[in-house]
Each structure stands twice: as structure tokens, then as C-alpha cells.
Write a protein that binds this ligand. Structure first.
Ligand SMILES: *Cc1c(COP(=O)(O)O)cnc(C)c1O
Length: 371
């Protein structure tokens, strides 16, 4: 039986070719020209200035530096509990306090009404996470932040290529963080980027990513706490090759797969067996994952059934307020309900329509409904 993977990188001859230059005697594998080219190409893709893009060696590092540069130590950052633990680890690594916010049940994204109740004089930022590629209510989030004098750090790890009101995520805002890890919309193998529209934040992040080192000729100085988060040329070269393929290849294909899933599963939604996650009408999404809500307490059984047919699925995510390290005595009803209902089905650019046909056939079978 064929294994259908949940997610996968799509790298091949093009990327291999792009890195082959590095396997020579005079190679430089550190942060050099390819990193600068990659930053400039990302800036061009987003329609922003080169100086506003800082690439680093992971999405988590991007979020960490964003928090460290924008938020005072001991300040509070409002974050949805329903996110990958990387968002929250980045907050605590910056010695800030994650304040867990509930999500909308329909979109699985941060609920501003709840966020409002969490504001204290110590709140420094809000960190929306664009679940499944959906930059939900991004305008309202920015208005809310302006009203309460907060920074906005977007965890846009799922949303590379998505747009809001016709503008690409990362082309506007305050601070936007992307991930280019192995399964994201584009990959460097490992990598990430900070997009910072405040030049002081950008400069601070640029210094912090390479141990704070400033070199002017033979002068060497360090003025800030830094980290070893810079990107290697070899990873940048992979990222450049991926970016060049993104619009015409990956983005287009991911959108097509999502549309096909919707089409195939519509009857199950009409029958009240599943719910699709709703996306903002102002957004055009390039999906990173395809998560659906499985109703009537059937999620775990469905997941088990799919596993027996060699179909990988996942639950995005276990809420962070339920993890030992971040445990707190709060109750987030929508987050906890979604945790029991969400199931992510395979979505990546190596999947074919036929794979989706197989997956959907098993799901219809499970519910005993004719397709
Ligand atoms: C992938 C991801 C990250 C972290 O990115 P890495 O590059 O894996 O460090 C952060 N937040 C979310 C929501 C992610 O999916």
C-alpha cells in the first residue's frame, strides 16, 4: 500500500544544481553573497526594501529576534495558544511572557475580543499566527495594536505567498516572520526571515543574528546580546532556487490542491460530518496545511482509520497552555474544542489528484456516506 505523506519538501535537480558550486576548494559556506542575493530577491518578491529583510537560520530564530528587539524583558506578548510551540518558545527565549489567547472557532485564528481582555500595562506585543496560510483579520489586528500601542509580530510561517486586501503578507505591517524549514511553502532546508518595517528593529535584528559582531575594516566590536542565527550560503542558494519556482509552480499547485479537496469533501460538509476552516474573504491563501474539523467526536477514530491505510495526518496543534512547560490554569474553550476536532490531511506539492481521491474515498467510507 502506497504511503501518502502529510507534508514534504520539493527539492530536486534545480536545487542540487544551485548548491553544486559550493563543492569546490575555494568554497565559502558561511554568510556571504548568496545570503545577500536571497534577501534582495525576497525583498523584490514582496515589493519592499532590501534593508527590511533579514534572513536567519530558522523561523524560530526569526521570531526570537523579533521578540528580543521589539519587546522589553518581562513584558507580555499575546499569542494564540493554538500555534506551533516555536512561537511560544521564541517569546520565552526573549525573556518575555506568553499570554495565551483563544481563537475563533471558525477560522482557528486569534480572537481579538478575547485579546482585548488580556491587555495589561505590561503588554508589549501581539503575535497573530496565520493558521493554514490565512492572515485572518490582519487589518483589525493592526488597528487593535495601534489603539493599544502594541507591536505586531506576525508568525507568518504558514503564509508565505498569501495576500490580504491584495497585498502579500510581509509587504506591509510591523514585523513579519517567515519559516523556510523543510516542509514550508518554500524551503532552504532550514531557514527563516524577519521582515521589519522599523529600521531600528531591522538593524538590531541584523546585529543579533551574528553574535552582535560589527566589523569596520580591522575594527571589531559588539554592542548587543547576539545569537548565532545567521544563514549559510548553501541554505540561501536552496532558498533562491525555491523562490524562483514559487509563483508558477508551488503556489499555483498548492491552491489547486486546496480547491480540489474542497470540491471532493463538500458533500461531507453538507452532511454535517466535517467543517472547513473559514478564511478571511479579503485573503487569498497559499495553504501550508489543510486542516478540517471532524465533528461528533469522530476525529480520533478517523485518524486511526486513515493511519491503517498508510495515510499520514496530524493535529495542528496541541494548545500551548496544555504543555507542561507553559501550563497555566486557564480555559480557552474554542482552542480546546478545536484541539479535539482538527485533523490535517496530506497537502504538499508531491501529492497528486489521485492521492486526494484515495484519501477522500477512505473518509467517505469511514462515515458510511456515498461519494
Ligand atoms: C514552522 C513554524 C515555525 C518555526 O519555524 P522553523 O523554521 O521550523 O523554526 C513557527 N511557527 C509556526 C506556526 C510554524 O509552523
Amino acid at each position: 500500500m502506497k504511503r501518502i505523506r502529510l507534508s514534504s519538501a520539493n527539492v530536486g535537480k534545480i536545487e542540487l544544481n544551485a548548491i553544486s558550486n559550493f563543492f569546490q576548494p575555494d568554497t565559502y559556506l558561511g554568510m556571504g553573497q548568496d545570503v545577500v542575493f536571497f534577501e534582495n530577491e525576497l525583498a523584490k518578491y514582496l515589493g519592499i526594501k532590501n534593508s527590511q529583510v533579514i534572513v536567519v537560520n530558522s523561523g524560530t530564530a526569526a521570531l526570537h529576534l523579533a521578540c528580543a528587539s521589539a519587546c522589553p524583558i518581562d513584558s507580555e506578548i499575546i499569542v494564540p495558544s493554538l500555534t506551533y510551540v516555536a512561537s511560544v518558545q521564541a517569546i520565552s527565549a526573549a525573556r518575555c511572557k506568553p499570554i495565551f489567547c483563544d481563537v475563533h472557532i471558525e477560522s482557528a485564528t486569534l480572537d481579538l475580543k478575547h485579546a482585548k481582555t488580556l491587555i495589561t500595562p505590561n503588554t508589549s506585543a501581539i503575535m497573530p499566527m496565520h493558521y493554514a496560510g490565512n492572515p485572518h483579520a490582519l487589518k483589525e489586528i493592526h488597528n487593535f495594536a495601534a489603539e493599544h500601542n502594541l507591536r505586531v509580530i506576525e508568525d507568518a510561517a504558514h503564509a508565505f505567498g498569501s495576500t490580504f486586501d491584495g497585498c502579500k503578507v510581509g509587504s506591509f505591517g510591523d514585523i513579519v516572520c517567515f519559516s523556510f524549514d523543510g516542509i514550508k511553502n518554500i524551503t532552504c532546508a532550514e531557514g527563516g526571515a524577519i521582515i521589519a518595517f522599523d529600521s531600528q528593529i531591522a538593524e538590531h535584528c541584523r546585529q543579533m543574528r551574528a553574535l552582535g559582531i560589527i566589523k569596520h575594516g580591522s575594527d571589531f566590536d559588539v554592542k548587543v546580546q547576539g545569537f548565532r542565527y545567521h544563514m549559510s550560503n548553501i541554505f540561501a542558494a536552496i532558498g533562491r532556487a525555491q523562490l524562483a519556482r514559487f509563483d508558477t509552480d508551488f503556489a499555483k499547485y498548492r491552491k489547486e490542491l486546496l480547491a480540489y479537496y474542497y470540491h471532493k469533501l463538500k458533500k461531507l460538509e453538507d452532511c454535517g460530518k466535517i467543517f472547513f476552516i473559514k478564511t478571511d474573504v479579503r485573503a487569498q491563501i497559499i495553504p501550508h496545511i489543510f486542516a478540517v474539523r471532524i465533528l461528533n467526536g469522530q476525529r480520533d477514530n478517523l485518524q486511526k482509520a486513515l493511519t491503517t491505510f498508510n495515510i499520514e495526518t496530524a493535529i495542528h496543534y496541541k494548545p500551548n497552555h496544555l504543555l507542561s512547560f507553559y501550563k497555566s490554569n486557564i480555559y480557552l474553550p474554542n482552542t480546546e474544542q478545536l484541539y479535539s476536532e482538527l485533523l490535517s490531511l496530506p497537502l504538499h506539492t508531491q501529492i497528486e489528484q489521485d492521492d486526494i481521491n484515495i484519501i477522500c474515498a477512505h473518509i467517505y467510507n469511514f462515515f458510511g456516506i456515498l461519494q
